[in-house]
Design a protein around this ligand. Structure first.
Ligand code: NAD
Length: 235
């Protein structure tokens, strides 16, 4: 059997981080060697060493950092990956344009993959939206996204990339955001003209779909050369 890919989970105490830690235990291709969160309560949990953000540079050697944190936490983890020559998989949304540019710059030195959504269904939805936009010139295009009350950025990163897909098909998307209860994530892309309407909807029932996609991407990215990778080519 191949040696498992060593992961550092960044944002490990969060909703996504906890799903990643749990599902990594069921995935033989990966092994979590470090967990990082803003603050820590315990040094070792279930055999994994935890580090606060301030201590992250002391984390042991890893092959891929998997980052689901917040925009303010992103620059240090990218810098660490670049300094150590290690790969980065990130699903953190709400990044500033300068942070996306840093990611692009880092891809000259290390393998990087950032995706606003790690689910297979949303990857397909992008294609459907682009095709629908191209087939329906002049129709209104509206993207309505709903998430749990704790989500900080709006519109969601997924809504923005769906809007980019609509743009490739020639439509200009408008956005509406709802923040309520514990909704994991819903995206409705609606094309409307006089007398008729098409709705394309994706509903995420569990964060596990994103965590599984990210762990798969991390396993697939390890050992590759520097570059900017896309989820579709690794799925
Ligand atoms: P959360 O608020 O539950 O967790 C955030 C995590 O980041 C925590 O572990 C926290 O300790 C850590 N953190 C905060 N500040 C930090 C700092 N300065 N340094 C280090 N760590 C720090 O958030 P969540 O719901 O788990 O979502 C995390 C991110 O993932 C968000 O940007 C969210 O939009 C995104 N997300 C992406 C996808 C996807 O498929 N791409 C899916 C779900 C969520």
């Amino acid at each position: 059997m191949n040696t498992p890919v060593r992961l550092m989970i960044h944002g490990a105490s969060g909703r996504m981080g906890r799903a990643l830690l749990r599902l990594a235990q069921e995935e033989p291709r990966v092994e979590v060697v470090a967990a990082v969160s803003r603050r820590i309560n315990q040094r070792v949990v279930d055999g994994v060493a935890w580090f606060s953000a301030a201590e992250m540079r002391g984390a042991p050697d890893f092959d891929v950092a998997v980052d689901f944190s917040l925009p303010e936490a992103f620059d240090p983890v990218l810098a660490l990956c670049r300094q150590r020559g290690k790969a980065l998989v990130s699903g953190t949304t709400g990044l500033a344009a300068a942070q996306q540019a840093s990611l692009e710059g880092a891809s000259r030195d290390i393998p990087v993959l950032w995706a606003s959504n790690f689910s297979l269904g949303v990857a397909l939805l992008h294609e459907l939206v682009e095709r629908a936009a191209a087939a329906l010139p002049g129709w209104d295009c509206d993207i309505v996204e709903s998430h749990h009350a704790g989500k900080q950025d709006a519109p969601s990163g997924t809504a923005r990339t769906l809007g980019e897909a609509a743009g490739k098909g020639g439509a200009t998307a408008r956005y509406a955001s709802l923040r309520a209860g514990d909704i994991v994530g819903e995206h409705l892309v609606q094309f409307t003209t006089g007398g008729e309407r098409i709705e394309l909807v994706h509903r995420a029932g569990s964060r596990d779909i994103f965590a599984r996609g990210a762990l798969h991407a991390a396993a697939a990215l390890a050992g590759r050369g520097p570059g900017r990778y896309h989820l579709r080519e690794l799925l």
